[in-house]
Design a binder for this molecule. Structure first.
Ligand code: GDP
Length: 298
């Protein structure tokens, strides 16, 4: 187990209680501990550097509070900065003013898109929406079937290419699905798209083509929180290749420390909007920056 940042700093600060003000030397000593804690939480190195710089700046000149000891005070600054960067308040979904709201999911294979699609559909349904799931992942042989099974579990219809018509073209499937949604008065369309195990130009293009065809209100980049340091490259590649409005972190029930969240937000400037944390359809929630800050620091 890792020592928490509070434990580390308590040792560093043994001698400075009551000094009145944190000195530069005190702050430098704590910066080292903060750097280690963030690297252990899998935050990408350039993000760690920038973050520590921000914390140092804020810590300088702060009065040592009477209520908190210096270690607690620095932990509070770190926590506040994390919450600020991770988004403060949760960003809400944007709904279309007219016609169905189109939400498109993109990400690597195995990120948890298909599972997430059904979880999101259930969450929307519970808020009184009438979602339609769209199986536009025609790459992975079982993806359509998996979405249909999950759709059934959450009681949400799935639009999929008709059997017998060949595998179909995912761009057409997505476009037709939006028309179907209009006809059947669905107010949200969730489009599941194909992913590969690695970043792949052809697939990026396919996702970009689907995006151009259905003009989504929200494109969500779905990413496995367990991929740690790789998150930055993947997030950037999808931002360049497809573009997205928000991020969904999956598999937060695993033991990932959550550094991926901080790295992605800092590098892409896009907010994390939802968190997926288990195999059950109800293991899904809005993303809470304060909880993630706690996870990164604990
Ligand atoms: P896709 O290839 O992006 O569509 O990914 P899938 O939705 O098929 O998910 C890949 C695997 O991860 C499946 O075995 C899912 O059951 C599992 N999975 C998805 N989301 C979560 C999650 O939040 N927690 C856990 N533990 N497993 C998940």
């Amino acid at each position: 187990m890792f020592a928490t940042l509070s434990d580390r700093l308590a040792t560093t600060f043994k001698n400075i209680r009551g000094k009145g003000r944190l000195t530069d030397a005190d702050i430098d000593a704590t910066a080292r501990e903060i750097r280690i804690a963030l690297l252990e939480a899998d935050v990408a190195l350039p993000v760690v550097r920038e973050f520590v710089g921000r914390v140092k700046e804020r810590a300088r000149g702060e009065e040592v509070s009477q209520a908190l000891n210096p270690a607690q005070q620095i932990v509070k600054i770190v926590n506040d900065e994390l919450v600020t960067i991770l988004g403060g308040e949760t960003r809400r979904l944007r709904y279309a003013k007219t016609g169905p709201t189109v939400i498109m999911l993109a990400g690597l294979q195995g990120a948890g898109k298909t599972t997430l699609a059904a979880k999101l559909a259930l969450w929307l349904k519970e808020q009184g929406k009438a979602p339609l799931l769209v199986a536009a992942d025609l790459q992975r042989p079982n993806a359509v079937n998996q979405l249909q099974v999950n759709g059934e579990r959450v009681g949400v219809p799935v639009y999929a290419p008709q059997p017998g018509n060949g595998v179909g073209n995912p761009v057409d499937v997505a476009r037709d699905a939006v028309e179907e949604a209009k006809r059947k008065l669905h107010d949200v369309v969730i489009v599941d798209t194909a992913g590969r195990l690695g970043i792949d130009e052809e697939l990026m293009k396919q996702a970009a083509d689907i995006k151009a065809a259905v003009n989504p209100d929200e494109v969500l980049f779905v990413v496995d929180a367990m991929i740690g340091q790789d998150a930055v490259n993947t997030a950037q590649a999808f931002l360049d290749g497809v573009g997205y409005d928000g991020v969904v972190l999956t598999k937060l029930d695993g033991d990932a420390r959550g550094g991926a969240a901080l790295s992605i937000v800092q590098i892409t400037g896009k907010p994390v909007m939802f968190a997926s944390n288990g195999e059950k359809m109800t293991d899904f929630d809005l993303f809470h920056p304060d909880r993630m800050a706690g996870r990164i620091l604990d």
